[in-house]
Ligand binder design. Structure first.
Ligand SMILES: Cc1ncc(COP(=O)(O)O)c(C=O)c1O
Length: 383
């Protein structure tokens, strides 16, 4: 199911960015086919021929609640669920508008790139706090997050670019911090359903671990990363605060957006109702792919991923693993690997201020292609 897959001719932005003949390990989507149920649902709907405006099907909210019960052992009220007809990036931007217009935003770095970009685009004061490193990986510097009193705290959980899970106590503390200042924690959990079976701990769903601060959280998720459907933008948000749901609905209306668009509902429902067995297979595949990559890249792996398909690499160590001469400037490394090894990675500068010197590698591809990419990167004869 996860072997020999060709995306050429499909307009993939990941492959377009890498260029012909290169193996694209940059952008965060998968070179793997999604669940057959999604294609079947789209094909069946396409045969109808009329594609007018749609209403929001409340059954979609129940599917999300059932999903959280089955996959995360978390009870949520279907009324909290907002079914959004745009991707998570747009959702964060509109939440910033709806939650606390003009108030300061804080988030950790390195980050997936969107938080800084969205705050700049919205003209919001924001603080990018470097994560702390310890032997296990990154930690949230909670005291740093508390100043200045944030209107909105943003966290990518699990963490993109490293695939690390945050501790439940850390997410709870962020929610409490947001609650203390009457603000909001937006926990962007679009990689949460991709938690690896051997992660050793559960992914902390913000609304569930926040306790009394739950009303000050938005848990954002999407089938886009989980089921490889980001080309049909959609996401869903768990918003326990009814007032915030109303404000977000009003902000959306101001942009001509409403809950429950045609294609995104179709895709979301097919994925959540019928995609679970496929997802379990995918997680086994990603675990095997992660092991291959860790074995090949060794000390260049900054943090061992516990979720998703993204690996955060130390540029200097990767340069050594690749057999490049010492002292290649970090900003030249991606280019060197692209042109000399025909492998495209994402450069650390895309990931906020603390991203400098790192590179991100996407390992969601058939294992034979991944082996080839790792061989090219390390110049190893055989892996
Ligand atoms: C953590 C996180 N949030 C949000 C997004 C944005 O997703 P989209 O561009 O599909 O809205 C991404 C995409 O990589 C992501 O990794």
């Amino acid at each position: 199911m996860f072997e020999a897959f060709d995306r050429s001719g499909t307009g993939s932005s990941k492959w377009a960015r890498a260029g012909a003949g290169r193996i694209a390990l940059g952008l965060a989507d998968m070179d793997l086919p999604g669940p057959p149920a999604i294609g079947a649902a789209l094909a069946a709907r396409a045969r109808h021929g009329a594609f007018g405006y749609t209403v929001c099907d409340p059954g979609g909210r129940r599917l999300v609640a059932d999903w959280y019960r089955r996959r995360h052992a978390v009870e949520i009220d279907p009324d909290w669920v907002m079914l959004l007809p745009f991707g998570p990036r747009t959702a964060v931007r509109l939440l910033l508008e709806a939650a606390a217009p003009g108030s300061p935003v804080v988030f950790g770095s390195p980050e997936w790139g969107g938080f800084g970009q969205l705050c700049r685009a919205a003209g919001l004061p924001h603080r990018e706090v470097p994560f702390v490193r310890d032997a296990e990986g990154y930690r949230l510097p909670l005291a740093e997050f508390a100043w200045p009193r944030p209107g909105v705290v943003l966290v990518s959980s699990p963490h993109n670019p490293s695939g690390q899970l945050w501790r439940h106590s850390e997410i709870r503390a962020l929610a409490e911090l947001a609650a203390e200042s009457g603000g909001l924690l937006v926990s962007d959990e679009v990689h949460g359903d991709l938690t690896h079976p051997d992660a050793g701990t559960r992914h902390p769903v913000a609304v569930a671990v926040a306790g009394a601060a739950a009303r000050h959280t938005v848990t954002l998720n999407s089938v886009g990363k989980t089921f490889n459907t980001s080309g049909i933008p959609s996401c869903f948000a768990l918003v326990p605060d009814e007032g915030l749901r109303e404000r977000l609905t009003a902000v959306m209306a101001g942009h001509g957006l409403w809950e429950g668009g045609l294609l995104e509902q179709l895709v979301q429902q097919a994925a959540l109702a019928e995609g679970e067995a496929w997802l379990d297979g995918l997680l086994d595949h990603l675990t095997a792919a992660r092991e291959l990559a860790v074995a090949a890249l060794g000390g260049a792996v900054s943090v061992r991923p516990q979720a998703s398909y993204l690996m955060w690499l130390d540029g200097a160590a990767l340069g050594r693993a690749a057999g490049l001469e010492a002292g290649v400037p970090p900003e030249r490394l991606r280019e060197r690997l692209l042109t000399e090894r025909d492998v495209e990675l994402s450069d650390g500068s895309e990931f906020g201020r603390a991203g400098h010197g790192g590179l991100r590698m996407n390992y969601a591809l058939p294992l034979n292609r991944l082996r080839l990419a790792l061989t090219r990167l390390t110049c190893a004869e055989r892996l």
